[in-house]
Design a protein around this ligand. Structure first.
Ligand code: ZN
Length: 325
């Protein structure tokens, strides 16, 4: 496993290098940022460097010392990774208790011991409490890295004991350049910009989208939304199409599109005095979208077919009332 550093990670990496060089490495790091910024890969890069016995001048791991070889083989005795036993499940208290036992040991190959917990927002209440005890009694030669795309889900007590390493999405130009260079599935610049917006600027999330033909889906939803705003959509047929997609993704896209409509109306206000009515129409639609996103994300038992049909009908009603007034 050769670790790589992505261009949007370099400034955070430099910050860490300074801490490494001056022996001021924090005992706990919280690596956060939206999905698709390669947070796990960044954490692996840190681990490889911290454990390496013969670091390069730029503080990266050498790739061929005893420690690097063990890490590449996945059998480094001084490194532990804690992940849910099944995807999407919680990290159990026993996993953290085992960690506390192992943490008492001294490192056997490297000068440091490293621990990755990912995704840290999958810790439940009892495993978080157990982890807290570990954070309260830090060992001087241990680096613990928590990874999350939902830091708001972590207890404040845990967060406050970690140094925050927030990975920001790169500027859109840098992200587009990177995607044009490295993404295997290409789309036109305009579609790429829209997908980047939907992915909150995370290039690797766009790569995933391109790999599962999300560009086609994006354009389809765009057309569908136009037909809703023109009052010519068939709610039942449209719902059937949307339910085949990732619903949260569709709704996020609608939110971005309505926001774009609002921005355009605001810009045109001096030229089109009736624009104010349009803006209030878009606000009402935006409220509908936010309401549906909340319901869909609440993970309660909701009939999505009825919910989306009702949403489309409501939006068409709003459009109709504004155009007939
Ligand atoms: Zn090495």
């Amino acid at each position: 496993m050769l670790t790589v550093l992505y261009p949007w990670q370099t400034s955070l990496w430099q910050q860490l290098c300074q801490q490494l060089q001056t022996n001021r490495l924090p005992h706990a790091l919280l690596v956060s940022g939206v999905k698709g910024l390669a947070k796990n890969s960044f954490a692996q890069h840190i681990v490889a460097s911290v454990l390496c016995l013969n670091r390069c001048d730029d503080q990266s791991s050498c790739g061929h010392c005893h420690s690097c070889k063990l890490l590449n083989a996945g059998s480094h005795p001084d490194h532990i990774e804690i992940r849910p036993e099944e995807i999407g499940k919680q990290i159990k208290i026993d996993q953290i208790r085992n960690l506390r036992d192992k943490q008492q040991l001294t490192p056997s190959v490297s000068k440091w011991k490293t621990i990755i917990i990912s995704p840290a927002d999958n810790l439940n209440v009892s495993s978080s409490n157990s982890l807290l005890k570990l954070l309260e009694e830090p060992q001087h030669n241990t680096v613990l890295i928590l990874i999350t795309s939902r830091p708001q889900k972590l207890p404040i007590t845990v967060k406050s004991r970690c140094q925050n390493y927030h990975l920001a999405s790169p500027p859109s130009e840098q992200a587009s350049d990177w995607l044009e260079k490295y993404a295997e599935n290409k789309v036109d610049t305009e579609t790429l910009a829209k997908l980047l917006q939907l992915a909150k600027g995370a290039p690797l999330a766009v790569v995933d989208m391109l790999n599962c033909n999300m560009a086609e889906q994006y354009l389809q939803v765009e057309e569908d939304f136009k037909s809703i705003l023109q009052n010519s959509a068939n709610p039942i047929a449209l719902t059937a199409t949307w339910l085949k997609y990732d619903l949260v993704m569709v709704l996020n896209q609608l939110q971005y599109m309505i926001r774009d409509h609002m921005i355009k109306s605001f810009e045109n206000l001096p030229k089109i005095p009736a624009g104010q009515a349009k803006i209030s129409l878009y606000w009402q639609i935006s409220d509908c979208i936010v309401g549906v996103i909340k319901l869909v994300s609440s993970q309660t038992n909701i009939n999505n077919t009825l919910l989306i049909e009702d949403f489309i009908v409501s939006v068409m009603r709003i459009v109709n009332s504004k155009t007939t007034n």
